[in-house]
Design a protein around this ligand. Sequence first.
Ligand SMILES: [Zn+2]
Length: 312
Amino acid sequence: MTRSAAGGPPGAYAGIDIGGTTTQVVLCTGDLTVLDRAEVPTPAAEGGHAMVGAALAALRPLLDRVPARLLGVGVGAAGVVDARAGRVLAASDSFHAWAGFAVTAAVEAALGVPAFLDNDVNAFLRGEVSKGAVAGESHVLAMTLGTGVGGALWLDGALFDGPRGAAGEIGHVPGFGDTPCSCGGRGHLETLASGRFIAARYARRSGRHTTARGVAAAAGRGDPHALAVFGAAGSAVARAILITAGLVDVTTVVLGGGVSGAWPLLEPSIRTALRADPPVSGAPVRLVRARLGSDAVAIGAASRARTELGAG
Ligand SMILES: [Zn+2]
């Protein structure tokens, strides 16, 4: 923390991660060290006011406990967001009255400091670049393998989100088979590499219904169907990495999300495919696992606030 010139309390940034089931809140120093944190259920069925209200109710005790002056707040949220207007554009069916909600306006009205909104995968990447596995790197692709597959791009030392905020959405590019995707498209990377589809593919092959975690456990016991499903997921992820590296010359890929917990299963097939078909630059792409765990989105959101406010 840096003390203000007037000798008052040091400045701090808050980061809020509003997910489908839980909301994480962190309070960070100026160098994004976490001072305190809280986690509450997301009242997703009760609408935007309730969701932001729950996050703020979780943040207030942190602000009371920690002797710091709040400078700004970042919010990372699932769904399609307008990061410039601070508003949610579209969200999954599990969120009620979230699409269209003006998130930053509600936070600013409640706390009286500037607030900023990011898509959760973009915030995840900001977090890992600020304090995590790819700290200080300039050209990074992030992929989150969770229920779905998210992606984000960090180019020339800044987030590149494109004119409509959809840059880096590698989970929903075609060319990965013919299976209908959760988004309504077909043959997207998500249909091979997400938890939802890993479970579905395993069920189709083996007749056994379980979660992606269950499939990973089965693979650990040598189940050939589970090993084949994870092998296909890994080589699809590698192909997506190589396409991205060929287009925008990223040097590094950071993988996160619940499915990346099966790292010993995924990593060998990804590395094999990366080695077999290196980018035209001849430089191998570095593959790393995310390091900030469930804090990544909240820390990344705080990092956005810090950057926007000119402090880093
Ligand atoms: Zn899709």
